[in-house]
Design a protein around this ligand. Structure first.
Ligand SMILES: [Zn+2]
Length: 197
């Protein structure tokens, strides 16, 4: 029994995941698409302070989940369920996508692509993510970072347009085959110019 290493916190997250069957299916889809069968742990924390201690660095106040190596780190659902529209499962899947992409590409995947795909798989792209195509033209993928107040919105929208144009599997194959992310003909630095047309 020692080997199980389960705490009450870990167990309490199981019903939350099982409650939303569509996200359980999504997890197996993710594993298939990325050919990823390694173990991913879900660790539940009682406070942001505890979580920050675990990763060894300060975290912004708005963080409710993050990832570290092959661990999804997430705050107890009771702490944030009343101030977020997303579910526990959505945050878990979002972080799982980051873990998988980071490992496959050895952290070489551009931030916007990584973030946009995580939002896509976690069903976090909504109408607010839709931005005017004419506003896209001025965006430089190389400069896109978390410092941009619209970073999530822009990343989600570009990824959505790419998926519509080329299909999800094509985009995933770029990750799986570790393309040259800067020069790729579909997702390279010039991709925004193409999809803004
Ligand atoms: Zn993310």
């Amino acid at each position: 029994m020692k080997k199980l290493k389960l705490s009450m916190k870990d167990l309490s997250s199981l019903p939350l995941l099982y409650k939303e069957k569509k996200y359980l299916i999504r997890i197996s889809q993710l594993r298939q698409l990325f050919c990823y069968d390694k173990r991913i742990n879900i660790l539940v924390f009682d406070s942001l302070y505890q979580l920050a201690n675990y990763v060894g660095s300060e975290l912004p106040k708005w963080v409710i989940g993050t990832n570290f190596k092959n661990n999804v780190l997430i705050l107890d659902y009771n702490i944030w369920k009343n101030r977020h529209t997303e579910s526990f499962s959505q945050i878990v899947i979002h972080e799982m996508v980051h873990i998988i992409i980071n490992e496959i590409t050895r952290y070489r995947c551009p931030l916007w692509l990584n973030e946009g795909l995580a939002m896509f798989f976690a069903n976090q792209i909504n109408n607010e993510s839709i931005i005017q195509k004419k506003n896209l033209a001025s965006i430089s993928l190389l400069d896109l970072s978390y410092n941009d107040p619209n970073f999530y919105q822009i990343s989600a929208y570009i990824v959505l347009l790419l998926i519509k144009r080329h299909g999800l599997e094509k985009i995933i194959s770029k990750i799986n085959y570790k393309t040259n992310f800067l020069q790729d003909e579909i997702i390279g630095v010039d991709c925004v110019k193409q999809i803004a047309k």
